[in-house]
Ligand binder design. Sequence first.
Ligand SMILES: *[C@@H]1O[C@H](CO)[C@@H](O)[C@H](O)[C@H]1NC(C)=O
Ligand SMILES: *[C@@H]1O[C@H](CO)[C@@H](O)[C@H](O)[C@H]1NC(C)=O
Ligand SMILES: *[C@@H]1O[C@H](CO)[C@@H](O)[C@H](O)[C@H]1NC(C)=O
Ligand SMILES: [Mn+2]
Length: 607
Amino acid sequence: MMCTRKTKTLVSTCVILSGMTNIICLLYVGWVTNYIASMYVRGQEPAPVKKLDESQGDTLKIIERLDHLENVIKQHIQDAPAKPEETEAEPFTDSSLFAHWGQELSPEGRRVALKQFQYYGYNAYLSDRLPLDRPLPDLRPSGCRNLSFPDSLPEMSIVFIFVNEALSVLLRSIHSAMERTPPHLLKEIILVDDNSSNEELKEKLTEYVDKVNGQKPGFIKIVRHSKQEGLIRSRVSGWRAATAPVVALFDAHVEFNVGWAEPVLTRIKENRKRIISPSFDNIKYDNFEIEEYPLAAQGFDWELWCRYLNPPKAWWKLENSTAPIRSPALIGCFIVDRQYFQEIGLLDEGMEVYGGENVELGIRVWQCGGSVEVLPCSRIAHIERAHKPYTEDLTAHVRRNALRVAEVWMDEFKSHVYMAWNIPQEDSGIDIGDITARKALRKQLQCKTFRWYLVSVYPEMRMYTDIIAYGMLQNSLKTDLCLDQGPETENVPILYICHGMTPQNVYYTSSQLLHVGLLSSTVDDDDNRCLVDVNSRPRLIECSYAKAKRMKLHWKFSQGGPIQNLKSKRCLELQENNEAEFGFQLVLQKCSGQHWGLTNVLRGLAS
Ligand SMILES: *[C@@H]1O[C@H](CO)[C@@H](O)[C@H](O)[C@H]1NC(C)=O
Ligand SMILES: *[C@@H]1O[C@H](CO)[C@@H](O)[C@H](O)[C@H]1NC(C)=O
Ligand SMILES: *[C@@H]1O[C@H](CO)[C@@H](O)[C@H](O)[C@H]1NC(C)=O
Ligand SMILES: [Mn+2]
């Protein structure tokens, strides 16, 4: 699971998405670097900087700068997943692993620790040296200790899914589950090995399981996949093997806190159509310290990456920090009535590898008559890895899975997902597989509309029904340059080589606004920025501020036509300028008849 609290800017996106990029973004806060950093974050190739005309002096300088920065950054992402056998690297003292840990290690110790870190995405070297039964700080709100629960609660199967998890991390997960779940409530533990290649997960794991089962026959079951199925189908395999009336589906790098199970089972016993998530704390990937996270609901942005959300107003009004937090979706680990999970259609097994299934489940449960909640009194600590072992190109899988969700569940709002990923809604060229069975499921369960869901369950999500065109904004005079939000800390839009990443997202609305840059997904985010004519200069200003101040933020635009400010009548145009980085600069001037185009038209944009 990989979840962000708030996506403020491109920089903070890098910081949150993964530990390794954290360094990059903080060290090199410049707009050029942001692009490269963000590309690594998104698992894509660096911008095609070589496409430039190398005869231009300024351009060459930029290429040099980019090449240099790219090298610097590449060094810093040596933490990226590496195959275990190919790491003969020298001890890498500026790896993020050593930022808060390991200063006193010998060079040899460092080398071993780093190698393991590169492989697992967390400090397996340290994990191997920590006790399996280490205590956790009790981070529950104080009222939780006073709650009482029914004597008779349903039994539970706990499923752990993993691929190439460090054995000690997996064993600590199992241990803490057995230690901190009342024995009469834990029927069995199911381990789903999604075709790990890691040797220690074979014999050594089997030995451990045999030892436990010697005391408690059949208590731990292992399901091994003979080919890699990804996280989504792994969860479903675990569910298939489970026999208790309630099933808990977890990653295998967690530690359970005291009293986590009783509140969950109580809520499910009261109503089997509730899907429950515990509250998450973080196990830091470098020093394995527990970091307390604030209480949060679980949602998602329009790319369908999961997001922690502020609990809803109604929850705060209760002034009861032990009360369940109603949640629009799940970040991935959850507990569910075994039978009910089947009735509502398990997970979408047509999804590949990683991502989106948690959002799909949340939307489906709500739209089809169930509910989702997070319990403050049930706490689990979970390792947020510095990087994922599943695949190097996670993003492509998340995007594909997200489009499945959009097509099956989101009705007219599916456009929002396409816009957020900045891909055309028709003929996107992305094969999302067969969705007829999921559509049939929706019909069979007689589920409500996505509009109902947005209004009733996820009012924090912003709607963009007024956007009529989106993509890169290009001028016919120089089509390899695109409008770009420019340096993060400034409000001056620029021209830059087209790469189609977030800083070049442009959205045109039916109310004649031009949004530039990241489109905010929820009300917790910062506002969007709008193109504004400020004293005849193009500027990016927060839309709500510009509106309140009655600034010149409305633009007439038709596909292939000029972009003209309604008030000032000036046009957004390119002007040749040898001083400018790419030979042109962006100006507002008397319209000379230049033409602009936006990549994707949704509807109603004249051309
Ligand atoms: C918990 O219960 C004890 C005794 O029953 C009481 O004194 C205390 O105030 C309660 N604490 C909370 C947080 O409700
Ligand atoms: C993993 O998959 C390969 C084939 O892709 C298979 O030969 C191997 O036995 C599998 N490993 C396990 C542990 O199931
Ligand atoms: C607070 O919430 C808990 C859990 O739902 C409930 O048992 C308790 O009665 C609530 N306390 C108050 C004062 O409403
Ligand atoms: Mn995880």
